[in-house]
Design a protein around this ligand. Structure first.
Ligand code: FE
Length: 311
């Protein structure tokens, strides 16, 4: 039985009071957002005839989601991270600063303050099992000129799909490193090939995805922040080609231009030159940065992040 009460004086007054619009004080922007938020939820309850039982299921779910600290995992799963990227792309277009390597989602697993290493150094601690990988590329401007001294901040998972810090069994900053490009715009690091991963089984995110008939898996990928003064900060990641989920990422992060091959190399001379034990995979990812004078977009957008940076 569907009833319509939204447009009654009582409900409209309730919404205004609930959002504090009948009072001085508080944060006007927040009040505005909250009034809209509550109005939309109330309207949905009316339109979809949400039962009290369904409503309380939702409220209890939010409690559980917070306890499991999975809100930042559910968000990409529901497309919010990618939607925000679509909006940023459209803003860039409007401001005439579109172009360069495409951005894609940061994800919730970045840790600030990773060690800065030299060209050719390792990203792993030497005790991390996995197929060895040479990860390299050139950072350029839109005219193709190499950019020296750009900061390339790279982080990725191990072969279990787990990230250091969030996986306490790994050493501090394992598979998280920063490197500055050389005078030719090049960066070269050695690491191990990461695996993709899935949302925690039985967790709050999986509960939602299962009810949507969806999976919670990501393909193997490597995250990047790339920055240099007077250029637009780039948040991106590459997906390794050939993974079952390369084009079926639950977090919607895959972009055609960011799918990169991992090519096996078994040339003995190259293997010894890079100090590898045997055959390794060569992964090349060039980055194009876009010039800007606007200072606020030269760094990653503000967001709560784990920081282990020494004060
Ligand atoms: Fe990731």
């Amino acid at each position: 039985m569907s009833v319509k009460t939204m447009q009654t004086e009582a409900v409209q007054a309730l919404l205004k009071k609930a959002a504090g619009l009948d009072k001085e004080g508080g944060n006007p922007r927040f009040k505005n957002i909250m009034h809209r938020f509550l109005s939309d939820i109330y309207q949905m309850i009316e339109d979809l005839d949400i039962t009290p039982e369904e409503f309380w299921q939702g409220a209890n779910y939010l409690n559980e989601l917070g306890t499991n600290k999975e809100a930042v995992l559910l968000a990409p799963g529901l497309g919010f991270d990618h939607y925000l990227d679509i909006r940023e792309d459209a803003k860039d277009e409007l401001a005439g600063i579109a172009g360069g390597t495409p951005r894609t989602i940061e994800g919730p697993l970045y840790v600030e303050g990773a060690p800065i290493i030299q060209q050719g150094d390792k990203m792993d601690d030497g005790n991390t099992p996995g197929q060895e990988m040479l990860l390299h590329g050139c950072v350029k401007d839109e005219q193709g000129n190499p950019l020296a001294n750009a900061m390339v901040d790279i982080w990725h998972a191990d072969t279990k799909g787990a990230y250091s810090y969030f996986d306490p069994s790994q050493s501090e900053f394992n598979l998280r490193r920063r490197i500055r490009t050389d005078e030719n715009g090049q960066y070269v690091v050695r690491s191990i090939v990461p695996s993709g991963y899935g949302c925690p089984p039985g967790g709050s995110t999986m509960k939602v995805l299962e009810n949507l008939g969806r999976h919670g898996n990501r393909p193997a990928h490597i995250h990047y922040f790339v920055s240099k003064p007077n250029f637009k900060h780039l948040t991106s990641q590459i997906n390794l080609a050939g993974d079952e989920y390369t084009f079926d990422d639950f977090a919607f992060a895959t972009r055609e231009e960011l799918v990169v091959d991992a090519n096996p190399v078994n040339d003995a001379k190259l293997i010894s030159e890079h100090g590898f034990k045997g055959e390794y995979l060569d992964v090349e990812f060039d980055v194009t940065l876009v010039k800007t004078d606007e200072e606020t977009i030269q760094q990653a957008h503000p967001r709560a992040r784990v920081s282990l940076e020494q004060a």
